[in-house]
Design a protein around this ligand. Structure first.
Ligand SMILES: Cc1cc2nc3c(=O)[nH]c(=O)nc-3n(C[C@H](O)[C@H](O)[C@H](O)COP(=O)(O)OP(=O)(O)OC[C@H]3O[C@@H](n4cnc5c(N)ncnc54)[C@H](O)[C@@H]3O)c2cc1C
Length: 579
């Protein structure tokens, strides 16, 4: 294999919202490279629909303190409260900054940024829904991604597009470099660098029904996990209530923010029973469980009674056209239905990883309960766990998280590299990746990556998704033991060097399986129900024993161990989570 060498002060892995916002901060401050497996504007941030929240109070009274309270309560009190305060306070400037960068937000008649409702965002600590989400129709993420990319182009950011990072090199206890595979040529590239910021997105592709893009395979967390970096709160994976039935394609919560209603087979607005105050705008974990409970109790719709309806038919057609154009088109294209006149079959879809690479509020990766920083290592966005989302993220808080903590991470990394020197890069930095690739090329194994992936997704959906038990999770452990062994025997048909997605998918599968194990081990340990983690065999939230984050570590011999980290902040004491 051809191996190329580069040297930079700082490297950002990923060019979604978090990576691009970090790049804007670091550009011009140091010699910076952004490495991304997708062309930047194809990152999943571009698929985000509904909005980005900030307590601008443009259309009704609001405050960032109420926003913080909602974030903490929505996260079922596992949120680190000082981090949430930072995010909610800085949200306001973050939106205005995007506006000044040229982002075309929807406007009120008098020209201010318009705002709409989203789940779990309330006025005065839970009194009623509040209009807090800033938006660009239902393509807010697209606008954010394009706007940030333009700002990067303006700053001459140095992109390595369609380069996939597969390993990180540490030496003398700090970051020394990373290794990337160039998709267009099959060559390897070794980057010597003083610091790396991971902004590589989520890993929703471990579940069968998912809103996530095909590429969201957790490479960043996966490769760090293999190098001994712990992962925080992996048991908390969010299911979004309204995925298109069977396909999982997202229908934004903005549909309910605009007045859409969930209905069961009796045409009943069943959320009135589960969350009398905010109804359809309860947090996602509660709505997803409510939908599946309706289905379990026989009130689902369709021949198999396995979905419910999202009903928009009572909304004025011009409101649907103006505020929800993209998702209406998805319904027409993928379901052949007209959302203005027909109910839309939906089911919960795997959506968002609350857990990930542990960081502090400056994007520095921390490796233990004491908050010890790993020198030169940073993370931001969905791959990171700050933790501002705790056990369940509120809608529109992720687009916010990526710009606030992307900026903070980029800024602190740029500061760090000004005084740090390069750690010596071992001569064998690329050996591990090269051997992995050569082994797969040479393999005569008959196991196919696509088949193992779909088995993983089926079993994770079945045994480790919205409802879990000790029994289902221990079965999943057995499944994973088998899959881990089979991954070693994957063979590929395409032996070429140019855009060989057989090889990249085989490599991605390894990360997905490892991270699935991290999810399952953490979920099995947590014998309580909190936020998105629901245990049928432990249905009560247990604050006495479980007000703590999990930190799961893969040891060099492949065994997985658990540690815990206290939740930060006591401004808001845990209360019963009623809506
Ligand atoms: C359909 C959908 C709708 C959503 N709607 C909303 C919404 O309305 N509001 C909201 O707040 N949140 C929403 N979310 C969540 C939110 O969009 C994401 O959490 C957020 O955009 C993630 O941004 P990111 O920058 O962390 O990662 P991404 O945007 O996913 O970018 C990841 C980047 O990492 C790169 N990468 C990955 N692996 C590698 C590798 N091995 N080497 C090099 N590069 C790599 C990719 O190329 C990509 O550039 C939505 C999510 C989905 C899926």
């Amino acid at each position: 294999m051809r191996i190329h060498h580069h040297s930079f002060d700082a490297v950002i892995v990923g060019a979604g919202g978090a990576g691009l916002r970090a790049a804007i901060e670091a550009a011009g401050e140091c010699r910076l490279a952004v490495i991304t497996k997708l062309y930047p504007t194809r990152s999943h941030t571009g698929a985000a629909q509904g909005g980005m929240c900030a307590a601008l109070a443009n259309v009704e009274e609001d405050s960032w303190e109420w926003h913080t309270f909602d974030t903490v309560k929505g996260g079922d009190y596992l949120v680190d409260q000082s981090a949430a305060q930072v995010m909610c306070r800085e949200a306001i400037d973050a939106v205005i900054e995007l506006e000044h960068y040229g982002l075309p937000f929807n406007r009120t008649p008098d020209g201010e940024i318009d705002q709409r409702r989203f789940g779990g965002h309330t006025r005065n600590h839970g009194e009623a829904p509040v209009r807090r989400a800033c938006y660009s129709a239902d393509r807010t993420g697209h606008m954010i991604l394009q706007t940030l990319y333009q700002q990067c182009v303006k700053r001459d950011v140095n992109f390595f597009n369609e380069f996939q990072v597969l390993d990180v090199t540490f030496s003398e206890g700090r970051v020394a470099g990373c290794v990337a595979y160039e998709q267009a040529t099959g060559d390897l590239h070794v980057f010597a660098t003083k610091a790396i910021l991971f902004a590589s997105g989520g890993f929703g592709k471990m579940f069968k029904v998912s809103s996530n893009a095909h590429t969201l395979t957790g490479d960043g967390p996966g490769l760090l996990y293999r190098r001994g970096i712990p992962m925080e709160d992996m048991e908390f994976f969010q299911f979004h209530p309204t995925g298109i039935y069977k396909l999982g394609i997202l229908l934004s919560e903005a549909a309910r923010g605009e007045g859409g209603i969930l209905r069961n087979v009796d045409n009943e607005r069943f959320m009135e029973r589960y969350a009398p105050t905010v109804k359809d705008l309860a947090p996602r974990d509660m709505v997803s469980r409510a939908i599946l409970t309706e289905i379990k109790e026989g009130r689902g719709i369709g021949p198999n009674k396995d979905y419910v309806h999202l009903d928009l038919t009572h909304l004025p057609p011009e409101q649907i056209d103006a505020k929800l154009p993209d998702i209406s088109e998805f319904v027409r294209t993928y379901m052949g239905l007209e959302p203005k006149t027909q109910g839309i079959p939906i089911q919960p879809t795997a959506h968002y990883a609350m857990g990930g690479i542990p960081t502090n509020i400056d994007g520095e990766v921390v490796v233990d309960a004491e908050g010890t920083v790993f020198p030169g290592l940073y993370a931001a966005g969905e791959c990171a766990c700050v933790s501002v989302h705790g056990a369940n993220r509120l809608g529109t808080n992720s687009l916010l998280d990526i710009v606030v903590f992307g900026k903070r991470g980029g800024r602190s990394m740029a500061q760090f590299v000004k005084t740090a020197d390069h750690a010596p890069l071992p001569a064998d930095a690329s050996d591990d990746v090269r051997e992995r690739i050569e082994r797969i090329f040479a393999s005569t194994g008959t196991e196919k990556a696509a088949e193992i992936r779909s088995e993983l997704q089926d079993h994770m959906m079945d045994k480790a998704s919205v409802f879990r038990t000790e029994e289902s999770l221990s079965e999943m452990v057995t499944v994973l033991d088998d899959l881990k062994e089979r991954v070693e025997r994957v063979g590929i048909d395409d032996k070429g060097e140019v855009f060989n997605f057989d090889i990249t998918e085989a490599l991605e599968l390894g990360y997905l399986v490892d991270l699935a194990e991290a999810v399952v081990v953490s979920a099995r340990a947590r014998t309580e129900s909190r936020g998105a983690h629901w245990r049928d065999d432990h249905p009560i939230r247990d604050d006495a024993n479980w007000m703590k984050h999990t930190m799961v570590t893969r040891q060099p011999d492949g065994t997985v161990t658990l540690d815990y980290k206290p939740v930060d902040g006591d401004l808001y004491v845990p209360m019963e989570r009623k809506y």
